[in-house]
Design a protein around this ligand. Structure first.
Ligand SMILES: Cc1cc2nc3c(=O)[nH]c(=O)nc-3n(C[C@H](O)[C@H](O)[C@H](O)COP(=O)(O)OP(=O)(O)OC[C@H]3O[C@@H](n4cnc5c(N)ncnc54)[C@H](O)[C@@H]3O)c2cc1C
Length: 310
């Protein structure tokens, strides 16, 4: 289908973009990578009267480490994160493990992390990582600039605390400390479709004992979920030698955390090929496996560091 006619402007600065979005006479919409927006327009789900193309604003095309955070400007494409070296430390590893699950390469070369936060699809990998890591979303609009914590930002499918006239300028994520390992595992029906369920995890371990855990669930509710009950169930657990083989013993802390996440944190929504029970089972299994991956990653990092110093 053909979208309804619309006007198109290409601002060169954030100020110009905000001015265009604040033009209250018309229903305006930002276009970044266009990988969700154009599809929505073709399906006539949305009909903007004005498209504000932010692709020529150099200040949005920057990524930087600021203190212990990564600041990702609104034009940074998904593909940037395909190399684990693009971002230092465990955060770089987490982003690079997750990104290959987003669609396919042409979409990843155009789509942006900020666009995913704006679109707020419950199956977005970035959004679940955002809530798990307590990301901050920087926005600017006619009323000025503000920052929204990821925990307050996602309100439902394609629904966020961002006001329609606000532009996301950047997303900030913590780099994650030295004793932290990460994991990301996704389950989907076919290549290039959205996840049925996926899990992001970051585990901080000191002397074999878990001191912090962050777990994000993809497509496990009407919005990205931070599995706080599962995280709490892990604090203080002594994980000892890591189990081998695909199945965790039922009484292992990771298996228990998986059951807690599925029962207490997730609120799955049925889909044609995944009903609620199926999703809960998938969440329980994937959380356990992702935590195991994160623990193995933490040990590998520790061994590499000790080898380096020794
Ligand atoms: C076949 C296919 C498969 C896909 N699979 C996945 C997947 O597995 N996982 C996944 O996460 N995504 C997937 N996507 C979506 C893709 O990741 C998009 O790139 C992403 O959702 C939006 O980023 P974008 O930069 O393309 O945004 P756009 O399409 O340009 O915009 C999307 C929405 O966000 C708004 N917006 C964009 N940037 C800003 C900003 N800076 N400030 C305010 N509003 C803004 C737009 O106005 C629009 O409403 C898929 C898309 C397709 C077509």
């Amino acid at each position: 289908m053909k979208p309804a006619p619309f006007d198109y402007v290409v601002p060169r600065t954030v100020c110009e973009a905000v001015e265009a979005l604040g033009d209250t006479g018309r229903k305006a919409q930002v276009i970044a990578g266009g990988q969700s927006l154009i599809l929505e327009m073709h399906l006539l789900r949305i009909g903007p009267e004005l498209l504000v193309d932010i692709n020529r604003i150099p200040e949005l095309d920057r990524m930087s480490v600021e203190g212990d955070e990564l600041r990702v400007g609104a034009l940074i494409r998904h593909a940037t994160f395909e190399s684990a070296d693009a971002v230092p430390g465990p955060l770089g590893a987490l982003l690079s493990r997750a990104v290959v699950n987003i669609a396919h390469s042409p979409i990843r070369s155009r789509g942006t992390m900020a666009g995913s936060f704006a679109y707020a699809h419950p199956a977005s990998e970035w959004c679940a990582i955002g809530v798990a890591l307590d990301a901050a979303v920087e926005v600017i609009g006619p009323g000025g600039a503000r920052e929204i914590a990821a925990r307050d930002y996602f309100l439902g499918p394609n629904h966020t605390a961002r006001r329609p006239q606000e532009l996301i300028t950047a997303v900030r994520l913590p780099l994650l400390g030295e004793n932290t390992g990460v994991g990301f595992i996704e389950h989907r029906r076919t290549h290039f479709t959205f996840a049925q369920v996926a899990v992001a995890a970051a585990l901080t371990v000191n002397d074999g004992v878990i001191s912090a855990a962050r777990i994000g669930l993809v497509n496990s509710a009407d919005r990205p979920v931070r599995a706080r009950n599962a995280e709490w169930s892990l604090l203080g657990a002594d994980i000892g030698p890591l189990p081998s083989g695909p199945r965790l013993p039922d009484d292992h802390p990771f298996a228990r955390a998986g059951r807690v996440a599925a029962r207490e944190d997730a609120a799955p929504v049925a889909e044609p090929y995944a009903d609620v029970d199926y999703k809960r089972q998938a969440i329980a299994v994937l959380v356990g496996r992702t935590l195991l991956e994160a623990a193995a990653d933490q040990r590998a990092r520790l061994a590499a560091r000790e080898g380096h110093h020794g």
